[in-house]
Design a binder for this molecule. Structure first.
Ligand code: ZN
Length: 264
């Protein structure tokens, strides 16, 4: 079997930015190691330097991926039984999920590990509110806490837990960076990202979504195009961005600019 020579393609990058508003209290849990002693049962993840709650990019990316897998009815494999986690991974580098979110899997025929690099980077999201607005009188910086009862189904004993939440009204800046590699897949990839954001608005981010936690809304979504020529020449006038109220650069403008200038 002859090895296909690897050829990297790069058309440029598209940055997608905007605000994510927390509509109902959101809980993205911190790992046990980072929990302060004497704290609440189930705290939220915080930036260790500022102590402000933040949203790890991996939490948003994982959610966008799982919602997309479901919507596109992809085959899932179990990667963990406790907790039960099923994800889609494959070795097809044109798979609409794996090319966007990345994949790492052993090829069933050759037993080689195949990695499909993710075209999408999801940055950590930082709180952008006026901090005072969120300083609710709970003794916890910028968050609220809520008691949730889980009932033991056998003994009927209640097991109340304090769950810390980022309150409704919190606003986070989000930033996604998409690597444009294949002209033929560019428009579909962008449509898939938009689909995932819309699906998330009808779903929940973080824990306890079925109890009403974690409804979010995206606002002020903007697209900025950085064509390959910009990186090579350093010429900032090549950046495709909204320069004024009148001159609106749409994502369609960026896509057609990326796909039309291949040989320019
Ligand atoms: Zn796949």
């Amino acid at each position: 079997m002859s090895e296909e020579p690897m050829k990297l393609k790069f058309l440029g990058k598209i940055k997608i930015t905007g605000d994510m508003i927390v509509v109902t209290g959101m809980h993205i849990g911190a790992s046990k190691e980072t929990v302060k002693i004497g704290g609440i049962d189930s705290p939220v993840v915080r930036d260790p330097l500022t102590d402000l709650p933040y949203i790890p990019g991996s939490s948003l990316k994982g959610k966008l991926r799982s919602l997309s897998e479901k919507a596109l009815e992809k085959d899932l494999v179990r990667i963990s039984s406790k907790p039960d986690i099923n994800v889609h991974v494959c070795t097809d580098k044109h798979c609409e999920i794996c090319r966007l979110f990345g994949s790492s899997k052993k090829d069933e025929d050759t037993k080689d590990q195949k990695n499909i690099p993710s075209r999408l980077i999801v940055r950590d999201m930082l709180l952008s509110n006026d901090k005072e607005l969120l300083n609710i009188d709970t003794g916890l910086p910028y968050t609220e806490w809520k008691f949730e009862n889980s009932i033991d189904r056998i003994s009927s004993a209640a097991n109340p837990r304090q769950i810390e939440r980022v309150p409704a009204g919190a606003r986070f800046e989000f930033e996604l960076v998409y690597d444009a590699e294949e002209e033929a897949e560019l428009e579909e990839d962008i449509t898939r990202i938009q689909m995932a954001l819309k699906l998330l608005e009808q779903d929940a981010l973080g824990g306890h979504g079925s109890r009403g936690y974690g409804k979010v809304k995206f606002e002020n979504i903007r697209y900025t195009g950085y064509p390959k020529k910009y990186y090579i020449s350093g010429d900032e006038s090549l950046i495709l961005e909204n320069k004024s109220e009148e001159e609106i650069i749409s994502v369609e403008d960026i896509i057609s600019s990326f796909t039309g200038e291949k040989n320019a």
